[in-house]
Design a protein around this ligand. Structure first.
Ligand code: NAD
Ligand code: WQD
Length: 354
């Protein structure tokens, strides 16, 4: 590989997860060699069989390991000539992070530093990092750009902000690093094939998979957390970004690793807010029947509105989302219909022997 060519072998941490699995398809579709590491703490190996079925190509290798295990991670770098890493592996439940803060800091921050050390030992210095709009905290109404001060309000968001600061400092001190840090707003939806989607372990924390499970009859009704927000219909507003748009941004990011060293940070969102009731209505239209819901108390820690100003990434890379909320609900519904119980019972891809 020349210094200006895009990476050809990409290590995807958390590649069996919701966004990671869609990213694997996107990368395989674009000719990348993909290596996956995942401990399946919030996913299943079956996902990767689906990835290969959609892409019509094999993932180069799949390792079941915890990214904090530097020996195991190092063996992966020994075996493969990795050009760049896309780092999705993390714990992501805001509620879980308030109950288990040490576990969250250890996995999200400790996992990232273990990865960085291992990358450095193997001369790999190109990273695309999954950050989150949650670092902005309660930043008030209106689209938020990247200059909005970070004010994380829970350990999950704090863990992402700590990682960003570590990565910024490493890039500042070590000119060999290129880090592209993507702050996603609310990725949702599924691959249009219906083979890949969001299948969280246990009760979904996030709105879209919860609504989908109500639509398929696994749950009785949606609990709308608060209808007394200062928004047009009283329910909280978010920026729902189709997962395919999300992963296309990662593929574009890999092309831009060659733009030069340093850290660059971009929001990924649609730039348009949808309320909880907008989502319920859009999903009802997608599945052709009304989704039952009832208004419940606000969820502690939630904010009224979080919408991205994602114009910086459009200016820098020309990336813009092309799908809307109706597309997101239609694809989430297709996945839920074809997989009423998620990935349970589908064929499992064997891991690569470490
Ligand atoms: P996910 O839970 O579906 O995927 C994460 C994957 O990482 C899972 O497969 C899990 O098993 C794996 N993993 C967790 N800890 C690990 C460890 N120690 N070692 C190896 N693998 C491990 O989550 P997702 O929605 O796909 O999120 C991917 C990334 O994007 C995360 O970093 C998350 O914080 C970030 N993010 C997600 C959202 C969202 O709404 N989904 C929004 C902003 C940012
Ligand atoms: C969306 C809206 C809820 C469930 C979280 C993280 C954020 C990012 C995305 C990782 C909110 C309401 C939800 C339900 C509801 N993840 N809701 N009933 O909280 O915006 O963002 O996921 O980085 O960091 O904080 O997403 O999908 O949980 O909620 O009414 O059963 O739906 O109150 O207003 P959130 P969400």
């Amino acid at each position: 590989m020349t210094p200006t060519s895009p990476p050809s072998t990409v290590l995807v941490t958390g590649g069996a997860g919701f966004i990671g699995s869609h990213a694997c398809v996107e990368l395989l579709d674009h000719g990348y060699e993909v290596i996956v590491v995942d401990d399946y703490s919030n996913s299943t190996p079956q996902v990767l069989t689906r990835v290969e079925r959609i892409a019509g190509r094999f993932v180069g290798a799949v390792y079941e390991l915890d990214i904090r295990d530097r020996r195991a991670l190092s063996a992966v770098f020994d075996r493969h000539s990795v050009d760049a890493v896309v780092h999705f592996a993390a714990h992501k439940a805001v509620g879980g992070s308030t109950r288990m803060p040490v576990e969250y800091y250890d996995t999200n921050v400790g996992g990232t530093t273990a990865l960085l050390r291992t990358m450095h030992e193997h001369g790999v210095h190109q990273l695309v990092f999954s950050s989150s709009c949650s670092i902005y905290g309660d930043a008030g109404p209106g689209p938020l750009d990247e200059a909005t001060p970070a004010r994380p309000t829970n350990p999950y968001a704090a863990s992402k902000w700590i990682c960003e600061q570590i990565l910024a400092d490493v890039c500042h001190r070590c000119p060999e690093y290129t880090v592209l840090c993507l702050r996603y707003f609310n990725p949702a939806g599924a691959h249009p094939s219906g083979l890949l989607g969001e299948d969280p372990h246990g009760t979904p924390d996030n709105l879209m998979p919860y609504v989908a499970q109500v639509a398929i009859g696994r749950r009785k009704r949606v609990h709308v957390f608060g209808a007394d927000y200062p928004t047009p219909d009283g329910t909280a507003i978010r920026d729902y970004l189709h997962v395919m748009d999300t992963v296309e941004a990662h593929r574009v990011a890999l092309d831009h690793l060659a733009d030069g060293p340093g850290m660059r940070v971009y929001n990924l969102g649609v730039g348009k807010g949808s309320s909880v009731l907008d989502v319920v209505t859009a999903f009802s239209e997608a599945c052709g029947r009304p989704i039952p819901y009832e208004v419940a108390a606000r969820r502690p820690g939630d904010v009224a509105e979080l919408v991205a100003d994602a114009t910086a990434v459009a200016r820098a890379w020309g990336w813009r989302p092309i799908r809307d909320l109706a597309d997101t609900c239609r694809d989430a519904w297709r996945f839920q219909q074809l997989n009423p119980h998620g990935y349970a019972g589908s064929a499992r891809r064997p891991n690569t022997k470490a």
